[in-house]
Design a protein around this ligand. Structure first.
Ligand SMILES: O=CC(=O)O
Length: 330
């Protein structure tokens, strides 16, 4: 029996194999029989804003998002109305870490350029030379590997990347987190012991100027929006690569496009981009040969999506019944 069937609750399911209209969503929210709603982070119909919250009938107890991120939800507004929020942390960490590592390697090794060369028929015209299509080495002896945000997914990425970096000269690992903790040295020592390399929290300037590989995996919130802007990019090494697998607006797209076209940084790998999914083929970042862009598919493996679906539904059922939710946003 499915989790839903055994819950004794009834579900109203979007009948179309496409995003529902906003009207359809808002219309159902008003129904006093509706106690909870499952939604995603990627559809305009699913934005939990003032309009959404005002449409909710007063018996609605829970909004459960099929995502770990919840920047599409007005958390404070929901709390004021007594609505709990569920999300899907943990179950997607491996899948997102896999795709992040893929973007790191593709960006360093100029795979975007290589693929376009083959597809455009340009390969046979390319004279071979020792440094043709070469990029910075991931096993470079003084590699600095950095993270903007060092939560679950970043830590999964670090474990994977350490399989590629030099064993003789291990990389230095640094990260920025929202604020230093009183026991920061102890925390960093625990990370260092766990990963077998030196891990330390640094400030923004150091993150910008010292990174060879910078991976963005933090929440989008007012303090991280446009965090990577022209001033930040201007401090980065010309050989550095940037990977964003978190949310588009953390990296300013215009500033990144400029940094890539002027050689201010070596390359970028993006699973997310401001304005997605409405990104045209003449967007400067899409056109940039030193930028790999994929359409926000970090968690897109079958087992992960099944696990996310299950957690999302379990959160909704528990929230609707007033039971403790498996993964509630605090
Ligand atoms: O971006 C994906 C998610 O938040 O799950």
């Amino acid at each position: 029996m499915s989790i839903l069937a055994s819950s004794g609750l009834e579900a109203i399911i979007n009948p179309h194999d496409a995003a529902p209209s906003r009207e359809w969503v808002l219309g159902h929210l008003a129904d006093p029989e509706v106690r909870g709603v499952c939604l995603t982070h990627s559809q305009p119909s699913d934005k939990v804003d003032d309009e959404f919250l005002k449409a909710c009938n007063e018996n609605l107890k829970v909004v459960s998002t099929f995502s770990v991120g919840y920047d599409h939800i007005d958390i404070e507004g929901a709390k004021r109305r007594g609505i709990k929020i569920g999300h899907t942390p943990g179950v997607l960490s491996d899948a997102v870490a896999d795709i992040t590592v893929m973007l790191v390697l593709m960006t360093l090794r100029r795979v975007e350029e290589g693929i376009s060369l083959v597809k455009s028929g340009g390969w046979s015209k390319l004279p071979w030379a020792p440094f043709i299509l070469c990029g910075p080495s991931i096993s470079h002896p003084s590699l600095v590997l950095s993270f903007l945000g060092f939560g679950r997914i970043s830590q999964h990425v670090l474990s994977r990347l350490l399989a590629f970096t030099s064993k003789i000269h291990p990389p230095q690992v640094q990260y920025v987190s929202s604020h230093a903790r009183p026991n920061q040295m102890e925390i960093d020592q625990q990370f260092s012991d766990r990963f077998g390399v030196k891990v330390k929290r640094v400030e923004r300037d150091q993150l910008a100027s010292e990174s060879d590989i910078l991976i963005v995996l933090c929440d989008l919130n007012p303090s991280t929006k446009d965090y990577v802007n022209s001033e930040f990019l201007g401090k980065m090494k010309r050989t550095a690569v940037l990977v964003n697998a978190a949310r588009g607006p953390i990296v300013n797209s215009d500033d990144l496009a400029h940094a890539l076209s002027t050689g201010q940084i070596f390359g970028a790998g993006l699973d997310v981009i401001t304005g997605e999914p409405d990104i045209s083929s003449d967007h400067p970042l899409v056109k940039a040969q030193n930028c790999v862009i994929i359409p926000h598919m970090g968690s897109a493996d079958v087992d992960t999506r099944k696990a996310m679906a299950e957690l999302c539904v379990r959160n909704a059922i528990a929230g609707a019944k007033g039971d403790p939710m498996p993964a509630m946003v605090q």
